[in-house]
Design a protein around this ligand. Structure first.
Ligand code: NDP
Length: 347
């Protein structure tokens, strides 16, 4: 069967396309700009006509996905703006929401045989910043980010603007499904990852062009301790998130398409919480180590400083364990892969 993958030129989407192809699916990648077709086509060359691309332009445009959705059995909607330099929150919210509504509307109009749409949301759509530690589940929604953006507009924190875009996009999807209940023969399943790390297989012209989560982790690892840009000891040992390897996230996307029980569910997938020092320690203790070129030096931070960290935000993953049953990779795998990428690609 054939699956439409949006965001296939990005970090997560490229892995979702690869996972599907490895499992024997045909993949149609919806690509924003023609300039990114060549790399993707070459990368997936071995799959012959099981891999195709379609140019959709900016997904904020009405009907962008009208052609792309035709004839596919499933859709993996991954595309969304992921950056932390939007001045106007609408730079993120606009495409995130209209891209999601756009693909659902195109499916409603143009694909009577579609079975399921899997949508990539984010821990950002679930968590709230609270004074006390909390375990968040699929019952929680980040109303806080939406409220802050409504109140503060451009002066909201950039992370808050991104979080609001993910809440509003996911809410729009659930509202759409409710509003069109009687008209659609398909359902949606929502995958909710926190931070995603791991090997990079999409086209990245330079370190500056790296996707946000990979850039963030690499920045922490390769900024020498004590240098002006290095994170403070305090930040390294008290701030972080939860994480999942991009390959496990791709597997979760495929299973969300395949498993009947995933229909109509939001599902949080993640391994464990971390503080940034934990990643430095994992990188420092790789055996055998990844040999870095002279311009790079691995950060040291405060070895072991994350061991007793209080993780204010934790996620309950029992639902995804039951429905998707992912066997998660441990920290060594994504950290080795990312460092090896940095060396081989000269980042
Ligand atoms: P990337 O920036 O690597 O990929 C984003 C993708 O979305 C790219 O393919 C990009 O296309 C596409 N896109 C963005 N805006 C538009 C637009 N206006 N029109 C058409 N296409 C667009 O990010 P990730 O792969 O990391 O993120 C993918 C998804 O996973 C997002 O939904 C994100 O919110 C979610 N996520 C990611 C996490 C992470 O840590 N990486 C954590 C939690 C959720 P182009 O290549 O043309 O720019």
């Amino acid at each position: 069967s054939k699956v439409l993958v949006t965001g296939a030129t990005g970090f997560v989407g490229s892995w979702v396309a690869r996972n599907l192809l490895e499992k024997g699916y045909s993949v149609r990648a919806a690509v924003r700009s023609a300039s990114k077709v060549k790399y993707l086509t070459e990368y997936f060359n071995a799959y012959g006509d099981k891999f195709e691309t379609i140019i959709v332009g900016d997904m904020s445009e009405d009907g962008a996905f009208d052609e792309a959705v035709k004839g596919v059995d499933g859709i993996e909607h991954i595309a969304s703006p992921v950056h932390l330099h939007a001045d106007d929150p609408q730079e993120l919210i606009g495409p995130a929401v209209s891209g999601t509504l756009g693909i659902l509307n195109s499916a409603l109009r143009n694909n009577p045989t579609l079975k399921r749409v899997v949508i990539t949301s984010s821990g950002a759509a679930v968590l709230e910043v609270l004074p006390e530690p909390k375990v968040f589940s699929e019952l929680n929604w980040n109303h806080q980010a939406v409220r802050l953006v409504e109140e503060l507009g451009r002066s909201a924190e950039n992370m808050t603007k991104y979080r609001a875009s993910k809440v509003l996009a996911e809410t729009a999807a659930w509202d759409f499904v409710k509003a069109h209940e009687g008209e659609i023969g398909w359902d949606i399943a929502v995958i909710i990852p926190p931070y995603v790390f791991g090997p990079v297989i999409h086209e990245v012209a330079s370190r500056q062009a790296l996707n946000t989560s990979s850039a963030h982790l690499l920045g922490v690892l390769l900024t020498p301790s004590g240098s002006p840009n290095a994170m403070s000891t305090e930040a390294l040992t008290t701030t972080g998130s939860s994480w999942i390897d991009v390959r496990d996230l791709a597997e979760a996307h495929t299973r969300a398409l395949e498993r009947a029980e995933a229909g109509g569910e939001r599902m949080i997938v993640c391994v464990e919480p971390f503080v940034w020092q934990d990643w430095i320690d994992a990188a420092q203790s790789l055996s055998p180590p990844v040999t870095l070129p002279p311009q790079h030096q691995l950060a040291v931070g405060v070895p072991g400083g994350g061991k007793n960290a209080i993780h204010k935000i934790r996620f309950d993953t029992s639902k995804s364990a039951r429905i998707l049953g992912i066997n998660y990779r441990s920290k060594e795998e994504p950290i080795r892969a990312l460092l090896e990428d940095a060396v081989s690609k000269g980042w």
